[in-house]
Design a binder for this molecule. Structure first.
Ligand SMILES: CC(C)(COP(=O)(O)OP(=O)(O)OC[C@H]1O[C@@H](n2cnc3c(N)ncnc32)[C@H](O)[C@@H]1OP(=O)(O)O)[C@@H](O)C(=O)NCCC(=O)NCCS
Length: 155
């Protein structure tokens, strides 16, 4: 399946928040539906946020999203996520490739992210795009899991 990607708009906030809570239930922004919608609206209002949605034409709701922050000449990946029922169909790859292409076209020199050390699918996805591990941040997550920092130089 090749997903169609679009920029998210405030009209998408409720559906993005719904998916966000499904995929990241432990996240501080996922405590309630209202908090999650407010969080998505806040992100959409930030000039440095880019939020992309992946649509599968056979479904009425998005099947994935990616949030990034531009910080000077670096891009920070907050998350790339695909609903469980649509995984392993290259949608995560399409979203991640879109981030890299966007960075290359807009003067970004480096893409940076943190990922749970036990998140083998995401680590494999990023490695496949050329990201390399640069550091381990001990007990980075609220439940005590370490984060792997990964970087891709694009400049
Ligand atoms: C990580 C995630 C986005 C991958 O999305 P996906 O659409 O299922 O992945 P794709 O089909 O595009 O796979 C692309 C590559 O990622 C890797 N990958 C994806 N899922 C994998 C799995 N379950 N096991 C091992 N490798 C996996 C593979 O290298 C794959 O390439 P291949 O198909 O040639 O083997 C998805 O599993 C997800 O949403 N997970 C929960 C949210 C999350 O952890 N996000 C990342 C941290 S923010």
């Amino acid at each position: 399946m090749v997903a169609r990607l679009e920029d998210a708009t405030p009209d998408d906030a409720a559906v993005v928040a719904h998916i966000y809570r499904e995929i990241f239930p432990e996240d501080a922004h996922a405590t309630s539906a209202e908090d999650a919608v407010a969080y998505v609206h806040e992100e959409l209002a930030r000039p440095w946020t880019r939020m992309r949605l992946a649509w599968d034409d056979a479904r009425s709701a998005p099947v994935g999203f990616a949030f990034t922050w531009r910080v000077a000449d670096e891009l920070h990946v907050l998350n790339v996520a695909v609903v469980a029922s649509a995984r392993r169909r290259r949608i995560g790859l399409t979203l991640a490739q879109d981030i890299v292409e966007h960075a290359r076209g807009t003067g970004i020199v480096r893409i940076h992210l943190e990922v749970r050390q036990g998140n083998a699918p995401a680590i494999a996805l990023y490695r496949g795009l050329g990201f390399v591990e640069t550091n381990v941040r001990r007990r980075y997550y609220g439940d005590g899991e370490d984060a792997l920092e990964m970087t891709l130089d694009v400049g």
